[in-house]
Design a protein around this ligand. Structure first.
Ligand code: ADP
Length: 459
């Protein structure tokens, strides 16, 4: 057991603040890093200490400087680094170099990360433990000949995916053979540009599935629990916009099967720390593993709301060496994870839905947020006078609501979103309200095609 004194957070915005808060509650000093472009960002003022990194490197590259970040952590006496999500969170070299430098990486070790963070390798793990995966070939495609052969094997429509992909990038749907090769090349280029690796694989494209994922938590001693499921089917271009828990569309039997399959995959590599196992559920109710995210996710808030478990604190304590069933973490067994009520998270972004969700930038002239019973806000850059720059993703604030019933949670989210007053930049609040109050959403029955099929939601 090693109680941390100082944690460096290798991230920015709302997730950095989320982690600083967990540190403070645990009596640990927090260290922020920030780029030149983030000099005036709110998050850095929320940490106990903050240091500029990546001078002259560029806004994103600054947060990717592995050696610089690790040596800063060492020089400031940090015992651990929390990577948040995005940036270096799934970078095996970073995890390995932290280990080599004697700094605890708050996440899985680099070997687990390598086996589960890559979409091809993790499908192989799922196959080994008998968890269904989407029909396809668990092998990167490099030649035109293989692309044709594998697509024929899957049967059209097929999905081309980057093995290292994330955030919906490097993904292409191909409905007819004539489009295969051009789409294959553009998927390769996109993957190379975004992830530095152009490994593409091919699997069957499922029409209008639901996206259901399972939050898991493991310690260093082989204990593993799940924190139930989240429905993340409200997506635009394969990116999540609204997530809720528990899923409405699953029977208890389906829920248990999916959660147990998630544990099987994580158990296969003795997974430790927080992670998410993602599945697609087709119209027959059959589920298929798609990928595992070996890190904290944007939508972890909803699971925290209904279970009362602080996932970020748990991550830190697991990294310190506490067992899940220790008094500090207090999850003695799976039965200790109880779900009460419903939670919904809406991602408020500075995007203009009427202009194809183009990111908007500028100065926020007015920022009034909401609060009240059942509302949790996780924000990073929303305040009067804030400058919304084009350099980073457009997430402004996550609005998570809690209700005893799903309809109660929808009412709370609706009320909270309407209380916001944001002027100076466009936001997607009107669009989120349209979704929340659509009959299909209220029935908990949206699939991943919902937004594309309902253009009136953009009005
Ligand atoms: P990323 O890591 O980029 O988020 P995922 O593998 O998690 O990519 O997939 C993101 C979304 O893309 C899924 O939630 C789903 O909507 C869609 N998707 C992925 N694979 C398939 C597939 N084989 N068939 C249909 N939709 C898919």
């Amino acid at each position: 057991m090693k109680k941390f004194k100082r944690i460096l957070v290798a991230n920015r915005g709302e997730i950095a603040i989320r982690i600083f808060r967990a540190c403070r509650e645990l009596g640990i000093r927090s260290v922020a890093i920030y780029s030149e472009e983030d000099k005036n960002a709110l998050f850095r003022t929320k940490a106990d200490e903050s240091y500029q990194i990546g001078k002259n490197k560029g806004p994103v590259e600054a947060y990717l400087g592995i050696d610089e970040i690790i040596s800063l952590a060492k020089s400031k006496g940090a015992d651990a680094i929390h990577p948040g999500y995005g940036f270096l969170a799934e970078n095996t070299e970073f995890a390995r170099k932290c280990e080599e430098a004697g700094i605890e990486f708050i996440g899985p070790d680099h070997i687990m990360m390598d086996r589960l963070g890559d979409k091809i390798k993790s499908k192989m793990v799922a196959n080994e433990v008998g968890v269904p995966t989407i029909p396809g070939i668990e092998k990167a495609v490099h030649s035109d000949k293989d692309a044709k052969k594998f697509a024929d094997y899957c049967g059209y429509p097929v999905m081309l995916k980057a093995a290292a992909g994330g955030g919906g990038r490097g993904m292409r749907i191909v409905r007819e053979e004539k489009d295969l090769l051009s789409e294959f090349r553009s998927a390769q280029n996109e993957a190379k540009k975004a992830f530095g690796i152009d490994d593409i694989f091919i699997e069957k494209y499922l029409e209008k599935p639901k996206h259901i994922e399972v939050q898991i938590l493991g310690d260093k001693y082989g204990n593993l629990v799940h924190l139930y499921d989240r429905d993340c089917s409200i997506q635009r271009r394969h990116q999540k916009l609204i997530e809720f828990t528990p899923s409405i569309c699953l029977t208890e039997e389906q829920r248990n099967n999916i959660c147990n399959d998630a544990l099987k995959i994580a158990g296969a590599v003795n997974y430790r720390n927080a992670g998410t196992v993602e599945f697609l559920v087709d119209s027959n109710g059959d589920h298929y593993f798609i990928e595992m995210n070996p890190r904290i996710q944007v939508e972890h808030t909803v699971s925290e709301m209904v279970t009362g478990i602080d996932i970020v604190q748990s991550q830190i304590m697991v990294a310190e060496g506490f067992a899940l069933d220790s008094d500090e973490i207090g999850i003695k067994a799976q039965d200790d994870v109880q779900v009460r009520g419903f939670a919904i998270q809406c991602r408020v972004t500075t995007e203009d839905p009427s202009n194809n969700f183009a990111p908007d930038t500028g100065i926020i002239d007015v920022y009034r947020s909401s609060s009240g019973l059942g509302i949790r806000l996780d924000g990073g850059n929303g305040f009067t006078g804030a400058v919304i720059s084009p350099y980073y993703d457009s997430l402004l604030v996550k609005v998570t609501s809690y209700g005893r019933t799903f309809s109660d949670a929808i009412k709370k989210s609706t009320r909270a979103l309407k209380e916001f007053k944001i002027r100076g930049v466009k936001t997607n609040i009107g669009f989120l309200l349209n979704v929340l109050n659509h009959e299909t959403f209220k029935a908990g029955n949206c699939d991943t095609g919902f937004i594309a099929e309902n253009p009136e939601l953009l009005d």
